[in-house]
Design a protein. Structure first.
Length: 580
């Protein structure tokens, strides 16, 4: 499989050592019945105690060597498979970190978690099994057939019949198991996704009292997982007893025909005992091979899912092959030139033939109805997606000619839905600039008007935040998110309606601080009262520009902007939401 070949060069040496030990261990096991036959035929039957002692000591030596080989391959297998699992998880996580937005949208987070845990465990266990027992089974099986045939070709016919039946049953088991296990993993993905969605939205569930609906969703996903688990296990449950029956019939036939041959002096007692031992080895190996194939089916399905992650489309790679200008400073100017863009799989363009420009240090407010394409402009500016047509320029450079590191180093965003991480307040703000000093963190917090409530917390900037900032209000989270964007010092600052949870006074103060920010500002807002202070305003409707200019210009030339203004501002000049 491609996953194993990908990592084979790194683990080639320990793998070959482990397989060699497994092969030598199998040889030691195969010598046991032959040596036992020598003890019976040449020692016990001939009453020769010297022969008994000789062959017995030789058996003990072979057993000891087999045990040494077994211990060696087990230690190597444990270390190698554990390292393989660690490498797999590291590479999958690293790939996820470099996912393009299309890949992130395609593979749900619940599925990714399953692939990083359950699927990597399946692949790891199979690698461990190959180095421990999986390689031993076919060697022991083939070796048993050869040694048994050498002992008595007539009696070995029983073995060939059993092998043929087991081979047919194994083929049936493989074909039935593969598709079932793939569906089982998909059902497990769904259970993980439902659980994760509930945990992320637990407050909303409590607020709306939709526990029964969530239980129903989980119940359906869990029922599908149960049914597919039963379906997968039924294959092994039905096939295994049939194989055991075939094994039992084969052993019975071997003993019966062995007794017949003994009465005609065509076989010695020791050979019968050795033959039964070889047949036992062979039949146990066949059962193991069947289990190996079932495990292979699971590992193959898991490896395919991991391979899908590793081969997913990455974020746009750096286009300058020389590796220069990774952190080149850009002046913050932004130009959209006849840009059209559709989300992957989308039927309608989110942005249509859009053009606008922002000069360095200016503030552009973008206003429009929900779904008009405001946030899409942020995603395109950050180059989360590539445009269908047109051009985007940052600092006078076509965005497609710039390395991603350069774009992200010169751009910072305060998203509409603030995302905070587990850790301290200081760590969350410093996330925007890991080299920021304590004074810079304090200054950024004051600029976002977050310093007040932070300093009132028990440990100030060292106070711990829960997952997603659950111990903060919506407005507090937004202000920390804004502080994180400010401290980056980016030449282009994107504020995606990041003040929606703030009261009017605090919003006005934050807006005033942002006005003093030296870089270019792109402010997405729903409020004319906030947009009117910008140098320019872009009005969007269904992904198209329907107005561009100052507040005064738009009041005279843009009907949609005027309607938004009139819907928010009454005749006394007060906003409909109570804000001036």
């Amino acid at each position: 499989m491609r996953i194993y070949m990908r990592y084979f060069p790194k683990f080639k040496t320990p793998f070959l050592i482990a397989v060699t030990c497994v092969a030598l261990e199998a040889v030691c096991d195969l010598l046991g019945p032959t040596l036992m036959a020598r003890v019976v035929n040449h020692g016990i039957l001939d009453s020769d105690m010297d022969a008994v002692l000789y062959w017995s000591m030789l058996m003990l030596l072979v057993v000891f060597l087999g045990a040494c080989f077994a211990v060696t391959r087990s230690v190597i297998a444990a270390r190698t498979s554990s390292q393989l699992g660690a490498d797999l998880r590291r590479d999958v996580f690293g790939k996820i970190m470099s996912f393009s937005e299309e890949s992130a949208d395609k593979l749900q987070s619940g599925s990714l978690i399953t692939r990083m845990t359950g699927d990597t465990s399946q692949v790891t266990m199979f690698a461990n099994g190959i180095m421990r027992i999986f390689m031993k089974a076919p060697i022991t099986c083939v070796g048993s057939i050869i040694f048994a045939t050498i002992l008595n070709p007539r009696l070995s016919l029983c073995i060939y019949g059993v092998v043929a039946v087991i081979a047919v049953l194994t083929t049936i088991s493989i074909k039935m198991s593969y598709t079932r296990f793939a569906k089982l993993q998909t059902a497990l993905d769904k259970v993980n996704s439902v659980t994760q969605e509930y945990l992320l939205g637990i407050r909303l569930v409590k607020a709306f009292g939709t526990f029964s609906e969530e239980e129903e969703r989980f119940g359906k996903a869990n029922e599908v997982l149960k049914q597919r688990s039963v379906s997968t296990q039924m294959v092994i449950t039905v096939i295994s007893p049939i194989m055991a029956l075939v094994v039992g019939l084969g052993a019975t036939l071997a003993i019966y025909f062995g007794s017949v041959l003994f009465r005609t002096d065509l076989i010695e007692p020791g050979d019968i005992a050795a033959f039964v031992a070889y047949m036992s080895h062979m039949l146990m190996s066949l059962m193991m091979i069947t289990n190996i194939f079932n495990t292979l089916v699971r590992a193959k399905a898991s490896a395919a899912r991991i391979h899908e992650v590793l081969e997913s489309e990455e974020d746009f790679t750096d286009t300058d092959s020389a590796g220069q200008n990774k952190h080149e400073h850009l002046d913050g100017s932004l130009l959209f030139e006849n840009v059209t863009f559709s989300y992957p799989g989308g039927n309608t363009p989110a942005i249509k033939n859009l053009s606008f420009s922002v000069s360095p240090g200016e503030t552009l407010a973008i206003i429009g109805s929900t779904g008009s394409g405001k946030t899409t402009i942020c995603w395109l500016t950050l180059r989360f997606y590539d445009i269908d047509s047109g051009n985007i320029y940052i600092g006078g450079h076509d965005i497609r000619s710039l390395p991603i590191k350069t774009i992200r180093a010169n751009t910072s965003i305060a998203p509409q839905k603030p995302l905070l991480f587990s850790g301290t307040v200081e760590e969350n703000i410093r996330w925007g600039n890991e080299n920021a000093s304590d004074d810079a963190i304090s200054t950024a917090a004051h600029s976002a008007h977050a310093a007040g409530f932070i300093e009132e917390m028990q440990q100030g900037y060292g106070s711990l935040l829960g997952r997603g900032g659950v111990n903060l209000s919506g407005g507090q989270k937004q202000r920390i998110s804004i502080a994180r964007a400010i401290i980056s010092g980016a030449s282009l600052l994107l504020i995606d309606d990041a003040t929606g949870a703030l009261d009017s006074i605090t919003e006005a103060r934050v807006r005033a601080e942002l006005a003093a920010y030296p870089g270019t500002k792109l402010m997405i807002t729903q409020r004319c009262a906030a947009a009117m202070y910008a140098d320019k305003i872009l009005v969007l409707e269904n992904g198209c520009s329907v107005g561009y200019g100052t507040h005064e210009e738009l009041m005279n030339t843009c009907k949609i902007y005027k309607e938004i203004w009139q819907s928010q501002i009454d005749s006394k000049g007060v906003a409909a939401d109570g804000k001036p």
